[in-house]
Design a protein around this ligand. Structure first.
Ligand code: AMP
Length: 207
């Protein structure tokens, strides 16, 4: 059986995963974590429940902790719903508890002031739903020009929920040079179009 230790994960994260009750990696973690840590783009066919949050969260945390970056948002996770966004941010907080990285989450349907306040204090990792992200960006309240790692989560649901245009607008705001981790439960043609436009020689992981 594969262990988290054999995937190349550093001690502060291994300890956090153990504290969180994770003993062995799931299939997607086993394949996506080494690829992500190596800086490769990843295309994951996986739905919620497979452990994909840890599969993209660990590479983000470890790579950002290892290389001191410029100030600003260094990783962006785009996800379709408020519930998913909150859950992802909570998990990142738990996995990264032994690292000096900061994260926050923004989503619509609530007042923006507390989110804006938090962004002003600076965050390394931002989890967001598309509408609120574009809204705050349009107001000049956040800058995506320094993103090093981008996660597109639940791409097929983005499509189903009518967020595809928002997603395309977000993509235009990101630097061309970045690592992309892309997840979708299904791969309909419109999702594949995004994949082809966005990913460079991805490691493909299907669950
Ligand atoms: P996700 O697909 O990322 O939403 O994860 C689904 C659930 O599985 C969440 O409750 C995670 O905390 C949990 N989980 C993820 N990876 C592991 C693991 N390696 N061992 C035990 N539980 C896990």
């Amino acid at each position: 059986m594969t262990s988290f230790t054999s995937l190349g994960i550093t001690e502060p994260i291994l300890q956090a995963l153990a504290d969180y009750g994770y003993e062995v990696p799931t299939v997607i973690q086993e394949k996506a974590i080494p690829a992500g840590l190596a800086g490769r783009d990843v295309l994951g066919s996986a739905q919620t429940g497979t452990g994909k949050t840890c599969a993209f969260g660990v590479p983000i945390l470890q790579r950002l902790a290892q290389a001191r970056g410029k100030k600003g948002i260094r990783a962006l996770i785009l996800t379709p719903t408020r519930e998913l966004a909150i859950q992802i941010d909570d998990n990142l907080h738990a996995y990264g508890k032994n690292l000096p990285l900061t994260e926050t989450v923004i989503f619509g349907g609530v007042g923006q002031a507390p989110q804006v306040e938090r962004l002003k204090r600076g965050v390394d990792i931002l989890t967001a739903t598309p509408g609120r992200l574009l809204d705050l960006q349009g107001q000049g309240l956040l800058d995506l020009g320094r993103v090093e790692i981008f996660v597109l989560d639940e791409a097929d649901r983005m499509l189903d929920m009518g967020f595809i245009h928002d997603v395309r607008r977000v993509l235009k705001l990101l630097p061309a040079k970045k690592q992309t981790l892309f997840f979708s439960a299904t791969m309909p043609p419109e999702v594949m179009e995004l994949v082809n436009a966005l990913l460079r020689d991805p490691v493909k992981v299907a669950v």
